[in-house]
Design a protein around this ligand. Sequence first.
Ligand code: CUA
Length: 356
Amino acid sequence: MSWTKSLRIGAVVLLSLLGGCAFTDPQSTLDVAGPIARSQLRLFNLTLWLGAGVFLIVAVALIYAVWRYRARSDDTELPPQIHGHALLETAWTIAPALLIVIIALATVPVIWENERISRPGDGDILEVNVTGYQWWWEFEYPSLGITTANELHIPVGQRVRLNLTSDDVIHSFWVPKLAGKKDLIPNQNNVMWMMADADKPGVYFGQCAEFCLTAHAHMRFRVVADTEDDFGAWVSAFQNAANQQVVAEPQIQQGAELFMRKGCAGCHAVRGVAQGQAGPDLTNFGQRLTVGAGILDNTPEDLARWLRDPQQVKPGNYMPVLWDENDTNAEAEIAALVAYLQSLGTAPAQSAQAHP
Ligand code: CUA
């Protein structure tokens, strides 16, 4: 292949790879929405531009040297060798050392500041215990008496301290737009803090960033940064869910009964109804945005798809298939479970009655 042809192919490949870049993608670290992510972006930019400067100087020097000292047709012997040139050796030892000092001077204060802010006992900070499971997330708010899964609600403009641990293998908590990664390690409590900007309520994507076997890539979550009012409403919905009520509607009632009979309650908790520990807590599930740790939207169609065959949606996860293919009741039962699950936390109080 001629070199012009290789160049052309290379350019096409590079350009198509560039098509994958965008500053505002849901998981872009270049479009930040909180002070931690912003301090990290500043450090990234500093090292990026320092690196670009070094690249430019080296590239220009190299191109100049190649051109200026190229072999000429009348050259018969080697040019003078400068191996062991003391001045050059000293210069290219000192220059990188200086760069490292500059980067350290910028980085160390950021580390100290983050460390200081996340220290326990520092008032006005919302505490959340985060536990990683294969392949979902548990979020517990000790001061609010709330346990939920896969969707972390936080009030905007509020510092949140995350106490990170794992139930099984090592995972890593990462919300690119809000804060960098930190590992969740069994039998160890790692701490980080983050905050969403007061003027940027919204839904932020999170992702497990440490390979944790089969469904690692599907171990996602959402951070829902609420306004103060929305967060208050979310909290009271949990505090009012002392016994998760069942709407007096035949299909929903049937779903509640199936939740027990099909064994869902053995793995999932629903406040006042079931205490399963193996899978995500489903209290107020109807308010969730997603199903299966952030991989499907919580719509009736997607939830039914998940219940019908969780392994097809998220291979390797621990949720069993509850209906065999010859079960003629399957679709009706799935629809009833969908209706029940989506009623949790969304049922109007007046039409609710005690769980059967
Ligand atoms: Cu959990 Cu990767």
